[in-house]
Design a protein around this ligand. Structure first.
Ligand code: NAP
Length: 210
């Protein structure tokens, strides 16, 4: 699959390597095209880097790997996203990370869907620390859970398949409004990891009997 990732930071690079290792063609996009090329070259594995405006058009699956506060600016550069699966990995934290900037009667994912109504927005990867992605998606040797929410069942299933494909453990959690739960879960993960000293080698999961 061709996958475009908007952003070149910690999450973008971690996802890019996992996707590329599974055989997907990955393009990273930055507002500084030269920076995207440099990051892509350093990551290797055939990953490409270019300007934001040239990124999304290359793929049917586009990952938003920028701060939630930058999403509106970034979406203004992407061109037409009609029919594309847009994966929202953001956590809309306040600037001091003390809480969520939006919720609980909406979510970043739902606000993004409103901004790009013709795209198929899926919330995923937001509860997985970048450091876990860079550790091959594993915590203590076990694949991290990727909660996947989206109103379009086909798009949701394709993102779940992608997560499984790269060795993560997907769990579909229903429609996009479930992002109202997933974003606070990530907030708790951040509080535990940074505020309460558990570190970033942690990931929330859901235990099942079978
Ligand atoms: N880090 C984690 O463990 C983690 C876990 C789950 C979810 N998330 C979410 O993933 C997203 C990315 O996080 P990250 O840790 O990868 O951040 P990061 O390392 O700081 O990277 C952020 C990326 O966004 C770009 N960006 C920032 N402001 C922009 C703007 N106004 N216009 C265009 N591009 C802009 C940056 O580009 P420049 O280099 O040009 O500034 C950079 O490529 C965030 O929404 C975060 O909440 C993070």
């Amino acid at each position: 699959m061709n996958i475009s990732i908007l952003g070149t930071g910690n999450m973008a690079s971690g996802l890019a390597v996992l996707f590329a290792k599974a055989g997907h063609a990955v393009t990273l996009g930055s507002r500084k095209p030269a920076e995207a090329e440099t990051v892509a070259r350093a990551l290797g594995r055939g990953i490409a880097g270019t300007g934001l405006a040239d990124t999304a058009g290359r793929s049917d699956l586009v990952v938003l790997a920028v701060p939630y506060s930058a999403v509106a600016d970034v979406l203004a550069t992407t061109g037409d996203l009609t029919g594309k699966t847009v994966v929202d990995i953001t956590n809309p934290m306040t600037a001091d990370f003390s809480g969520l900037a939006i919720g609980l009667t909406t979510s970043a994912a739902e606000e993004i869907q409103k901004a790009v109504p013709a795209a198929r927005v899926v919330k995923a990867f937001n509860t997985v620390f970048a450091q876990v992605l860079h550790a091959d998606g594993k915590v203590a040797g076990r694949p991290a859970t990727v909660f996947v929410a989206g109103d379009d069942a086909g798009a949701r299933a394709s993102v779940a398949r992608l997560a499984a494909d790269v060795g993560l453990d997907p769990l579909e959690v229903g429609g996009l409004a479930s992002a109202r739960y997933l974003e606070p879960v990530a907030g708790l993960n951040i509080a535990l990891g940074y505020g309460l000293g558990l570190g970033t080698d942690i990931a929330p999961t859901w235990l099942r009997a079978a």
